[in-house]
Design a protein around this ligand. Structure first.
Ligand SMILES: Cc1cc2nc3c(=O)[nH]c(=O)nc-3n(C[C@H](O)[C@H](O)[C@H](O)COP(=O)(O)OP(=O)(O)OC[C@H]3O[C@@H](n4cnc5c(N)ncnc54)[C@H](O)[C@@H]3O)c2cc1C
Length: 628
C-alpha cells in the first residue's frame, strides 16, 4: 500500500560522488533535502581507482572546491599520497592527484552529510518518478513510500539495471556486489527518456602481504604538499605518505590474454555496453597496442587500515582462473592472493542531449540529472555535475535563473557543454585537450574564477570570500610593484644572470621582464629584489604565472571575447528550425533536438556547419529587422 512519507524541497536519488555534492549544495542553499541510496554503504564509494584528481580531473576538484563543494576538503583529510602531475610542462596542465584512503574518504563524506542542516539521508531504492503535466512532483520508493518535492536530481551512477561480468560469470548487481536498481529504468523509458547501455571495468584487488615489492619500483608523493581545497594550507593537511609501486606486464601476460580472448565477455560479444577508450581493459590494450612489449601497472594501497591493494592499469573481465594466471606473470605478483576479482559492469545511463545546460531535462520541469548517469566517467566528473545539478535544483525551487558555466569559466563548463551539446557515445572522461581556454582555466586560479559565483549563491561563507579579495589585492599590488622595479646592470646582477645562463643586461630593465625569461622566475629573482614583501607560496605562484604568461593570457582573453560574442547572440526559445530556408536537413534535425540557447552553442553541435551558422545569423538579423 502506498503512503505519503514526507514533503521536501529537493530529492536526490543516489549517494555517489554526484549525489553527495548535489545534496550538500541544495541543503546549504536552504532547501529541505532528502538523499536516497540503495545502500548507505555506497555513499561516496570508490568502486574503482583509490584516487582523486589526475590530469584535468584535478582541475575539476579545485573548481568544485572554489564553488563551495565538498570533494576537495574530504580528500585533503583522507589522502595517503599526493602529487602534482605534469610539472615538466606548463601551468595550464599542472594537475593534482591524491591517493585516497577509500574507507576514510567514505566515512568522512557520509559524516559530513549526516551533520548537514536541512539534509536527511535514507537507505531506500527509488522505483518511480511522480510527474504531473510535464513537471516532477515526487518519487516513490521500493517500500511504496511517496516523497513529494519540487525538484529531483537523478544521480544513479552505475547501478541502473547493472550487471557485473567476468568470464562466464554474470552477476545481476551494482558495483562491489551491492544491489542494482532494476525498477527505475522502465519508469524513465515510460516517461520518454532515452537510455544508453554503457560499461566500465575494474582490476582485481589483492592482499599486499602476498606481493614481493622488491621487484617493483616505489613511487613517492611530493614533499611540498598542495591542498585541493583553497580553505586548507599545506601545514594543516601535512601527513606521512605511503608509496605506490610500478611494475609491468610482459609477453607471458599478453600470451595468456590472447589465448583466452574467446572467454572474455567483451570479445565474446556478451557485453553490449559501450566502454570508454581512455580507460581500456588489459585485453583491449593487448589487442589494440599489440606492438607494445609491456604495459605499466601501478600497485596502489586502498587505505591505511587495510592490506588490500589496487592494480591500476589492469582492469579485465576475463574469467577468474585466467585472472590469477595472468596476474601471476607480473614481476612482484608471482604469488599474489586475489581478494576481489576484476570485473566489467554494464549499466543504463541517459543520452545527455536530453538535458539543458542547467542539467534540467528539456521535457520534464524540475527533473535534473548528474554524474555517471549522464554518460560521463570518473568520480570528479560526477561530483562536478552533482554540484551544478544541486545548485540548479535549488535555483529552480527559488524561481531564480540557473547557473550556467561557460566553456571560458571552467572545466565544469566544458564538461557539461560537451555532454549536453554533443552527447557522448561512450563514457565521457575529462581531458585538458578538451578545454580550448586551458591557459585561463588552470587549477591554481579556480578560486579567482569561481569563488565569487559560489559566494553569490550562498555556498561560500563571507570570511572565505573576503580572504579571496585580499589575496587578489595582494597579487595585483605585487604585479604592479615588479612592473615598476628597475633592475640595474650592476656586477652583482650580471653575475647572478650569468650563474643562471641568462643574458646580461645592458641597461636598467623592469623586474617583470626578467621574470619572463624562461630560465628565470619570480622565486629565483629574490636575491635581486631587496624590497620584496613576505608573500604566501600561492600568491607568489600567481604573480609568477600572470607575468610569465602575460602575452599568452592576453591572447586567450581576446579569444574568449570572440567566443562570448557568439554566446551572447541568443536564439529564441520558440524558434522553428524547420521554417528557416537555407538550413541543411541534418542541421534542422540537430538544432530542433538540441535547441541551443545561442549561436555559439549552436556552432558546437555536431552536424551543424559554419554555413548553417551563417544562415542562422542572417535569420536573426532579419527577425531583428521585422521587430523594429
Ligand atoms: C567497476 C567500476 C569501474 C570503474 N572504473 C572507472 C575508471 O576506470 N575510470 C573512471 O574514471 N571511473 C570509473 N568508474 C566510475 C566511477 O566509479 C564513477 O564515475 C563514479 O562513482 C560515479 O559517481 P556517481 O555519483 O555518478 O555514481 P555512483 O558512484 O555509481 O553512485 C550511485 C548512487 O546511486 C544510488 N542509486 C542508484 N540507483 C538508485 C535508486 N533507484 N534509488 C536510490 N539510490 C540509487 C546508489 O546506491 C549509489 O549511492 C568505475 C565504476 C565502476 C563501478
Amino acid at each position: 500500500m502506498t503512503y505519503i512519507a514526507d514533503t521536501v524541497d529537493v530529492v536526490v536519488v543516489g549517494g555517489g560522488h554526484a549525489g553527495c555534492e548535489a545534496a550538500l549544495a541544495t541543503a546549504r542553499m536552504g532547501m529541505s533535502t532528502m538523499l536516497f541510496a540503495i545502500s548507505l554503504d555506497s555513499i561516496a564509494m570508490m568502486p574503482c581507482n583509490p584516487s582523486i584528481g589526475g590530469s584535468s580531473k584535478g582541475h575539476l576538484v579545485r573548481e568544485i572546491d572554489a564553488l563551495g563543494g565538498e570533494m576537495g576538503k574530504v580528500i585533503d583529510k583522507t589522502y595517503i599520497q599526493t602529487k602534482m602531475l605534469n610539472t615538466g610542462k606548463g601551468p595550464a596542465v599542472y594537475s593534482l592527484r591524491a591517493q585516497a584512503d577509500k574507507i576514510q574518504y567514505q566515512s568522512k563524506m557520509k559524516h559530513t552529510l549526516e551533520k548537514q542542516k536541512n539534509l536527511r539521508i535514507k537507505q531506500a531504492e527509488v522505483t518511480e518518478l511522480l510527474i504531473e503535466d510535464g513537471k516532477i512532483i515526487g518519487v516513490k520508493t521500493n517500500s511504496n513510500a511517496v516523497y513529494y518535492c519540487k525538484a529531483v536530481v537523478l544521480c544513479m551512477g552505475t547501478y541502473m539495471k547493472a550487471r557485473c561480468l567476468f568470464g562466464e560469470t554474470i552477476i545481476p548487481s551494482g558495483p562491489s556486489n551491492l544491489m542494482a536498481a532494476n525498477a527505475l529504468s522502465q519508469n524513465l523509458l515510460e516517461n520518454g527518456i532515452r537510455l544508453f547501455r554503457f560499461k566500465t571495468g575494474t582490476p582485481a584487488r589483492m592482499n599486499k602481504n602476498s606481493l614481493d615489492f622488491s621487484k617493483m619500483k616505489p613511487q613517492y608523493g611530493d614533499e611540498h604538499i598542495v591542498p585541493f581545497s583553497f580553505e586548507h594550507t599545506p601545514e594543516e593537511i601535512a601527513r606521512e605518505q605511503v608509496p605506490c609501486y610500478l611494475t609491468y606486464t610482459n609477453e607471458k601476460t599478453h600470451e595468456i590474454i590472447r589465448n583466452n580472448l574467446h572467454r572474455s565477455p567483451l570479445y565474446a560479444g556478451v557485453i553490449t555496453g559501450i566502454g570508454t577508450r581512455y580507460c581500456p581493459s588489459i585485453e583491449d590494450k593487448v589487442v589494440r597496442f599489440s606492438d607494445k612489449e609491456r604495459h605499466q601497472l601501478f600497485v596502489e594501497p586502498e587505505g591505511e587500515n587495510t592490506d588490500e591493494v589496487y592494480i591500476q592499469g589492469m582492469s579485465t573481465s576475463l574469467p577468474e582462473d585466467v585472472q590469477l594466471e595472468m596476474y601471476r606473470t607480473i614481476p612482484g605478483l608471482e604469488h599474489c592472493e586475489i581478494t576481489r576479482n576484476a570485473y566489467a559492469i554494464e549499466y543504463d545511463c541517459i543520452d545527455a542531449t536530453q538535458l539543458k545546460l542547467s542539467l534540467e531535462f528539456k521535457t520534464i520541469r524540475g527533473l535534473f540529472s548528474a554524474g555517471q548517469f549522464n554518460g560521463s566517467s570518473g568520480y570528479e566528473e560526477a561530483a562536478a555535475q552533482g554540484l551544478i545539478g544541486g545548485i540548479n535544483a535549488a535555483q529552480y525551487v527559488r524561481g531564480e535563473e540557473p547557473l550556467i558555466l561557460q566553456r571560458s569559466d571552467g572545466y565544469i563548463g566544458v564538461l557539461i557543454d560537451d555532454l549536453v551539446t554533443k552527447g557522448s557515445k561512450e563514457p565521457y572522461r575529462m581531458m585538458t585537450s578538451r578545454a580550448e581556454y586551458r591557459l585561463l582555466l588552470r587549477q591554481d586560479n579556480a578560486d579567482q574564477r569561481l569563488t565569487p559565483i559560489g559566494y553569490r549563491l550562498g555556498l561560500i561563507p563571507e570570511e572565505r570570500y573576503q580572504k579571496l579579495l585580499q589575496k587578489q589585492e595582494k597579487i595585483a599590488e605585487e604585479i604592479a610593484r615588479v612592473n615598476a622595479v628597475i633592475i640595474k646592470p650592476t656586477p652583482q646582477v650580471q653575475e647572478f644572470l650569468e650563474s643562471h645562463n641568462s643574458t646580461p643586461i645592458k641597461s636598467g630593465v623592469r623586474l617583470a621582464e626578467l621574470i619572463k625569461r624562461p630560465e628565470l622566475n619570480y622565486d629565483k629573482l629574490i636575491s635581486l629584489d631587496a624590497e620584496r614583501p613576505e608573500l604566501s607560496a600561492e600568491i607568489r605562484e600567481q604573480v609568477n604565472i600572470q607575468i610569465k604568461y602575460e602575452g599568452y593570457i592576453r591572447q586567450q582573453l581576446q579569444q574568449v571575447e570572440q567566443f562570448k560574442k557568439l554566446e551572447h547572440k541568443l536564439l529564441p526559445e520558440d524558434i522553428s528550425y524547420e521554417d528557416i530556408q537555407g538550413l541543411r536537413l541534418e542541421a534542422r534535425q540537430k538544432l530542433s533536438a538540441i535547441r541551443p540557447v545561442s549561436i555559439g552553442h549552436a556552432s558546437r553541435i555536431t552536424g551543424v556547419s559554419p554555413a548553417d551558422i551563417t544562415v542562422l545569423l542572417i535569420y536573426l538579423e532579419q527577425q531583428k529587422g521585422k521587430k523594429v
